[in-house]
Design a binder for this molecule. Structure first.
Ligand code: ADP
Ligand code: MG
Length: 279
């Protein structure tokens, strides 16, 4: 369970808070997506979850963040990192080893995982990300999508209860992006892990997330089920979040009294709804 209460954080050099009065509860096992325009505080919110804020970036913090009851301000970063696994935006800077297997072993050994558990953990994490065949490959030889999966697998091997990812698909093509989300959602279902992912692709996020959080100017604008949030396509557009066009189209038809059904989050549901409207 993640409990954020009235959280405000201002970086020391900044003249305004990066996030302001943010309150949010994320129950265990939730797949939460964070979206919002550039500079809206998405990354800072992820830093508040993994403890980088306030432990690494100095600044003023008001309010609280609790991960399974532990206040992140009072918990050492090393202890937090055992609960909250993070995949940062620049994964190339995250890799420490040259070979996939070594990268996974590095984390496991660093965390003092008993030797008789290591093989099982490596295998499970590689299988979870569908990359068992990459185990002995050099990381430099991998595609962007494969690297992202390696970065995620090496964190999953540590079995964190919360997994935080900042724009994991930013450099990936649509097929690899979907593949990362599909594998992650299967993992969450099987292990009850809480996932918090910052993602610009709203259609992808809406398909997989249980909870969609929209940030704007450091504040939470919406935090609800994707269908509820997507009902506000006009407001989302105003703050610079583009809804799928089929959603905007159907919302406009609904506003004009021509459609009364649920929000359409993808082309198939919009198509079905349009067939009904036309019938
Ligand atoms: P996003 O991830 O949504 O683009 P960020 O959390 O990176 O947003 O940034 C939110 C605000 O905080 C921005 O105004 C940004 O300039 C500022 N900011 C981010 N990192 C730092 C930092 N290390 N020092 C000072 N200001 C920062
Ligand atoms: Mg960011």
């Amino acid at each position: 369970m993640i409990e954020i209460e009235e959280l405000t954080f201002q970086y020391r050099e900044a003249d305004a808070p990066a996030i302001e009065d943010v309150s949010l509860s994320i129950p265990s096992g939730t797949f939460a997506g964070i979206i919002g325009p550039a500079g809206s505080g998405k990354s800072t919110l992820t830093y508040a979850l993994n403890g980088i804020v306030p432990h690494c970036y100095p600044g003023d913090l008001y309010g609280s963040v609790r991960i399974e009851g532990h206040d992140t301000c009072d918990t050492a970063l090393t202890d937090l990192s055992r609960m909250v696994g993070s995949v940062c935006q620049d994964i190339d800077s995250q890799f420490i080893s040259a070979v996939v297997e070594d990268e996974m072993l590095y984390g496991l050994e660093n965390y003092g995982v008993p030797h008789d558990q290591i093989e099982e953990r490596v295998k499970e994490a590689l299988d979870a990300m569908g990359i068992a065949e990459l185990r002995h490959r050099s990381i430099a030889s991998l595609s962007g999508g494969q690297k992202q999966k390696v970065a995620i697998a090496s964190i999953l091997a540590l079995r964190p209860s919360v997994l935080v990812l900042d724009e994991p698909t930013a450099e990936l093509d649509p097929a690899s992006s979907r593949s990362v989300f599909t594998l992650l959602s299967h993992y969450v279902e099987a292990h009850g892990t809480t996932v918090v992912v910052v993602e610009q692709k709203i259609a992808l996020l809406s398909e997989f997330a249980d909870l969609l959080v929209v940030m704007d100017g450091g504040r939470i604008r919406f935090a609800d089920a994707p269908e509820e949030v997507l009902a506000h396509s006009e407001e989302l557009l105003e703050i610079g979040v583009n809804c799928p066009r089929c959603t905007t189209l159907m919302n406009r038809l609904a506003a004009g009294g021509l459609y009364e059904g649920p929000v359409c989050t993808n082309v198939s549901s919009a198509c079905r709804a349009l067939c009904e409207v036309a019938a």
